[in-house]
Design a protein around this ligand. Structure first.
Ligand code: PLP
Length: 421
């Protein structure tokens, strides 16, 4: 076999077996070159919402290729970008009026941070501090790593990361500490923006917190006139049970980042939505107040057409019914595992289910990670635990039987790894 030239993401090549080649995808499955099927229980890193290769989205992509490839978005616009922007404003929390396009979750967050800093810069207010939540993840660029949790993942780049103010995670019973910490930072008058993953901290370990905390943070931000950035890159598009997680706190952010499920997971695209107040702070005959940002592939028309088709899927198909069914199924399965001595912190937010495997010894599970993944793969499942956190985030087309298979595998694999089977 010829050696692969591909350097894979978040992969220690010295410890991993050769990558399995996927030849096609369909619904909830990845299908390899031998025809073996893997249930995609994590939606291919959280991007696939309805299912792989949704026919309506694929059809829209094919149609778009008959008309466009890439079109510069300065001086020019195009129908898919315009239709999508209107559609996003319609479904987003009230008050968001402008859409800035980019191509990944990380870039949508970079855009959000630059919008916030530009807003205060252009108003002549000296605010430049960013407040973040402990254990959060906002991407892997230098800027987004700066706002995320520090650790082994970014130790090598530490010297380039900018300083931020960190709020403690609002664990149940300690919510007030988070709100008090935010209030204290705000009193400095230097805070430009708070950035949070609403309701669920994804890569930080599927940590779930109460919607009332989100509402409390928004209230404090508003009172101190600092901007509230909702990073809905993972939580958007129904994952937490509502279209956007902010809806559950009944709040409208000043800036909202969306990417992963924006095209149903079919093509890379991102959008940063903001209020007219932020847009207007950049609106001036003084060119220095321009929002100086662009990606080469900003608003790629084919990706925008896929996202427009995705919006139509949400309008015309019973997506929320599927989500409701999936939520109920998770609840039943998790109920069984709640009293299980092998697991702790059994939790759920909408279509996301997570539990922590109890380690027999400290540090043991870091070693067990690759083993867990292999055991799941051998059972025809794509499940990638975050340390000792096992979670399921399947596409909404997953059936009751398929989900049951995933839970059976968790049960079996946990026993093997803990040496109880
Ligand atoms: C995945 C993720 C990002 C980064 O998105 P990329 O497309 O991988 O750059 C940012 N924020 C959150 C909350 C995410 O889950």
């Amino acid at each position: 076999m010829t050696r692969s030239a591909v350097w894979h993401p978040f992969t220690q090549h010295a410890l991993e077996p050769p990558m399995k080649r996927i030849a096609s995808t369909k619904g909830a499955y990845l299908i390899d070159e031998h025809g073996d099927r893997f249930l995609d229980a994590i939606s291919s890193w959280w991007v696939i919402t309805h299912g792989h290769r949704h026919p309506a989205i694929m059809k829209a992509i094919r149609a778009a290729t008959e008309a466009y490839d890439q079109i510069i978005l300065a001086e020019f616009s195009h129908e898919p970008a315009e239709t999508l922007a209107r559609g996003l404003i319609e479904i987003a929390p009230a008050g968001l009026s402008h859409v800035f396009y980019s191509d990944s979750g990380s870039t949508s967050v970079e855009v959000a941070l630059k919008m916030a800093l530009g807003y205060f810069h252009n108003k002549g207010e000296p605010r430049d501090r960013i407040v973040v939540m402990e254990a959060s993840y906002h991407g892997d660029t230098i800027g987004t790593m700066s706002t995320g949790e520090r650790g082994v993942f970014n130790a090598a780049y530490e010297s380039l990361l900018f300083g931020v103010d960190r709020l403690p995670f609002p664990a149940a019973g300690r919510e007030e500490q988070t709100l008090d910490a935010f209030e204290a930072f705000c009193r400095s008058g230097r805070v430009a923006a708070l950035i949070v993953e609403p309701l669920v901290l994804g890569a930080g370990g599927m940590k779930i917190y109460d919607a009332r905390v989100l509402a409390g943070l928004k209230e404090i931000a508003t009172r101190h006139a600092c901007l509230f950035i909702a990073d809905e890159v993972m939580t958007g598009w129904g994952r937490t049970g509502t279209m956007f997680a902010c809806e559950q706190a009944n709040i409208s952010p000043d800036i909202l980042c969306t990417s992963k499920g924006l095209t149903g997971g079919s093509l890379p695209l991102a959008a940063t939505l903001c209020t007219s107040e932020i847009f207007n702070a950049h609106l001036s005959t003084d060119r220095r107040k321009t929002f100086f940002h662009s990606s080469s592939y900003t608003a790629n028309p084919i990706a925008c057409a896929a996202a427009v088709a995705n919006l139509e899927v949400w309008r015309s198909e019973p997506a929320f019914e599927r989500i409701g069914t999936l939520e109920a199924l998770h609840r039943q399965h998790l109920e069984r595992l709640r009293g299980d001595a092998r697991f702790t912190h059994v939790r759920q937010a909408g279509t996301i289910a997570a539990l922590d495997l109890i380690a027999p010894a400290a540090g043991y599970l870091a070693e067990a990670g690759p083993r867990l993944r292999r055991l799941f793969r051998e059972r025809g499942l794509l499940i990638r635990p975050l340390g000792n956190v096992i979670y399921l985030m399947p596409p909404y087309c997953v059936t009751s039987d398929e989900l049951a298979r995933a839970y059976d595998a968790i049960d079996e694999v946990a026993s093997i790894v803990l040496g109880k089977a």
